[in-house]
Design a protein. Structure first.
Length: 139
């Protein structure tokens, strides 16, 4: 039996192949994951039902598994940060700020070929999408 934060075989497989600079998208239940990601991205549909799992649940597990170098988020048109951004900052305390992208800028960023994994969640909070950049682990 594995003693790791994640037991999902597809997620484990893709994360094991990620290198420095590769990216992981954790998407809320409203994100159009099929039309706004690259054809090369591995898609994992964890969205069991409304609210299960939450983006923050998935982020906590991924944060235990990889070094996160950068966080990118989608901001509303009025630039008001949604409350979930505080949760993101608390979970990934190793990154000092969130890089804020407009909606269409975020969509374009998620279509790049270095996005290796896109995880769909049941998250219902709006603007709860986050793009993680894999960093380097130093021992």
């Amino acid at each position: 039996m594995l003693k790791t934060a994640c037991l999902h075989t597809e997620i484990l497989n893709v994360l094991s192949k990620c290198g420095h600079g590769d990216k992981v998208l954790i998407a809320d239940g409203n994100y159009p994951i099929d039309s706004n990601t690259s054809k090369y991205v591995e898609k994992v549909y964890l969205n069991l039902t409304h609210g299960i799992p939450l983006v923050t649940d998935v982020l906590k597990v991924i944060n235990e598994m990889i070094k996160i170098e950068k966080l990118e988020v989608m901001v509303p048109g009025d630039n008001t940060p949604p409350p979930i951004f505080n949760d993101f900052n608390e979970i990934v305390s190793s990154v000092d700020h969130l890089e804020k992208l407009g909606r269409f800028e975020f969509y374009e960023a998620c279509k790049e070929e270095n996005i290796k994994l896109a995880i769909a969640t049941g998250e219902q909070r709006i603007y709860a999408n986050i793009l993680l950049t894999v960093g380097v682990v130093q021992k």
